[in-house]
Design a protein around this ligand. Sequence first.
Ligand code: AMP
Ligand code: GLY
Length: 427
Amino acid sequence: MKVLIVGGGGREHALAWAVARSEKVSKVYVAPGNGGTAMMGGKVGNVALKATDVDGLLRFALDESIDLTVIGPEQPLEAGIVDRFSGSGKKVFGPTKYAAQLETSKVFAKEFMRRNGIPTAAYEVFRDYVSAKDFLERTTVFPQVIKASGLAAGKGVIVAETRDDAMRAIDDLFEKRIFGKAADEVVIESFLTGQEASVFVLTDGTDYRFFLPSQDHKRIGDGDTGKNTGGMGAYAPAPLVSEEVLKKVEKQVVIPTLEGMRKEGSPYTGFLYIGLMIENGEPSVVEYNARLGDPEAQVVLPLLESDLVTVIEASLNGTLGEVSFEMKGEAATTVVLASKGYPDSYEKGKEISVVESKLKELDNVMLFHAGTSFDGGVLKTAGGRVLSVTAQAPTLKESIDLAYSAVGYVDFDGAYYRRDIGAKALF
Ligand code: AMP
Ligand code: GLY
């Protein structure tokens, strides 16, 4: 079968790798892909179509008789790619535009959690400057967390330590409109303490399967300091999500979320990302995403023993209960290499050197590309997060050590990476 993967980041490189492993698959197209998916060779190739070019992607899928399309990022979901493909009789894995609102509208997600009794921070919704400021004048407890409701490339959340910070954030959102329409509605919610973890399920709307729980590292600096980024590294399984915690997540979050979406006439299908804050073993939902996380996908997909394509097909056919979804029983760590200056402005076009011979000597190491492209046959940086190096090993500690030794064989001018990925889990 022929599979189309939509997106061009590290997550999509990992998806392409996982899909290409399947014996059922004869061809994998990645649109637009990156330098890494271009280099995979064999069954995998890039297609020069943007992830948001829904018309172009649908035409391509129809012309090339694509059997299955898997959506990586959130923007095409918001653009209704799943509705469009399904409407044209093309098999596609991901939530509908309506169901994707769990990610694309924080107001929708918070109200949904409230009406379904799903644990999350207390909140209020504001649609104008005056009522938001009034609320903050009356608020005595800080920090408060201020969120643009719409998609803002992971930047629409401000943790305001003081009332002044919060007032400035409200100015930025409602007056300066720094996130434009994404902040037509704003959520102000209470600050949760604890540790964050990411739990992903694959679901047909009723039945579901868990990937291994993982943990991202959102801040740019070691020790979780500095600005928020798309994610600087991840590991799985995260010991923070014990079996007991996972049971609570299943009972208090996964089941009521899927039931709630069914009740609303929009069953949620695809990958569902549950961003959690866990304190004293009690989970609370920080956010939903309508997709796999990046860079978490680069650790959870390599740890999947079962054939991803078989599981996705079963999910689309309503037979998820009949297929196995086994994990490898190992641990994985991924370290992101970013351009100097990221998450602020950075330069592109730096030549990337990879000591392939050395990397090949290291078993269980994979290089997933994100912001890379070929320029006259030379691999160059083309984004903020450039590559991630994933290592798999029997224990978390070994996977961390292996990932960092592999990082030594990849370089470009100004390459930056955190030195403490996974360290939090080694207590
Ligand atoms: P979100 O896009 O909603 O996941 O928010 C981005 C990041 O902001 C999260 O990963 C958390 O680190 C932080 N954050 C969001 N909401 C809260 C909250 N209520 N309490 C504490 N931290 C939060
Ligand atoms: N790693 C966080 C995200 O994908 O949203």
